[in-house]
Write a protein that binds this ligand. Structure first.
Ligand SMILES: [Zn+2]
Length: 104
């Protein structure tokens, strides 16, 4: 009995090692898949976030551009922002007057 005991112990250890090895391999594989999936999801969400940010940036630039652009009134030479439909000094609808003149 004492001669067979180390052998079974060794076999048991070997079996345990194999099982542990398999479990470790599967765990590693699973972990790898999870990491890849999370990374992929994260990168796509990051892309969407970047797109959203770019859109917001463009919106801000657009708004600032509109407020930065100055229109000169052809009647009284007053400079005012393009988001105002008419000259604040004389009330002339400069936008409607300026655009056909540019096109001609
Ligand atoms: Zn004016």
């Amino acid at each position: 009995m004492s001669a067979g005991r180390p052998n079974t112990q060794w076999e048991k250890t070997l079996a345990e090692t194999f099982v542990l090895g398999f479990v470790a391999i599967f765990a590693l594989l699973f972990f790898g898949i999870v990491v890849v999936t999370i990374r992929f999801a994260h990168s796509t969400s990051k892309d969407e976030h970047q797109k959203e940010l770019q859109k917001k940036k463009m919106d801000i630039i657009d708004k600032h551009f509109i407020t930065l652009v100055r229109i000169e009134c052809p009647y009284c030479r007053t400079l005012y922002s393009s988001n105002v439909p008419e000259c604040p000094n004389c009330g002339a609808l400069t936008k409607k007057i300026l655009y056909p003149k540019i096109l001609d």
